[in-house]
Write a protein that binds this ligand. Sequence first.
Ligand SMILES: [Zn+2]
Length: 270
Amino acid sequence: MTLSSKFLVLGLLSLAAIVLSASTAKIRASLISSAPIASASTLPNTPPKNKKIPIIVYHHVRSPKLFGRNTWSWILSVSPDVFEKQLQWMDDHHYTTIDLSTYVQIMKGERAGPEKPIVITFDDNNESQYTDAMPKLLNHHMTAVFYIITHRIDQKTFLTKDQIKDMSAKGMDIESHTATHAMLSMIGTTLMDKELKESKKTLEEITGKPVLHIAYPLTAQNATVRQHARDAGYITGTIMDPRTATEKDDFLKLPRITLNDGSKLEKLLP
Ligand SMILES: [Zn+2]
């Protein structure tokens, strides 16, 4: 055997060892978690078409039948079974859920991301988001962003601190919806800063993770609010505006599409 062929054999042997250990690690990982969640590091690197990423928003996961059609209570509710059907539709149409930090990286061209990314968000920390929404998301191997009003934590019908911790541990993204749900554009900058900073700090203490995203309560924002949000350390801010976000959208004023029992996903999503 010549020297170069010896090196070839050695090279092939070490390659086989790498492949073998990688597949063992994969098997081990799949044994540990039977329901792996797509994280930024496991996402396929296919560029999204034309950099359009829908961001959707839910509030209550509950039957809207008690409310008059097109009242706010009706608009902000989705029945558990319709929610499940909408997740199945996204699955069937090959959407991959991403978080907002990944959204920013994709839009800046810092990473490619999945072929059809989507951001699912929830506002107002209603308890149904833990009892009805999260189990369905986990079944579909999906993640979502939960915007929390910190003064409502542990109050009746709202998420508890332990539930928020559990959601974060299960891969859900916990972000800010201010401290008191104040309309930020209607209050002075001192109160505005308090709302922005206090909620961020409280949530970071609960989850041990950075809070970098905010949903402006009732979509109330302007240039001053966006500047103060940026100064407080937020990299995105979201509003309710029923269209798909594109790379032209200001990160601090991202549109979100409200989904409910009346939504036609084939018309609303790209
Ligand atoms: Zn809200």
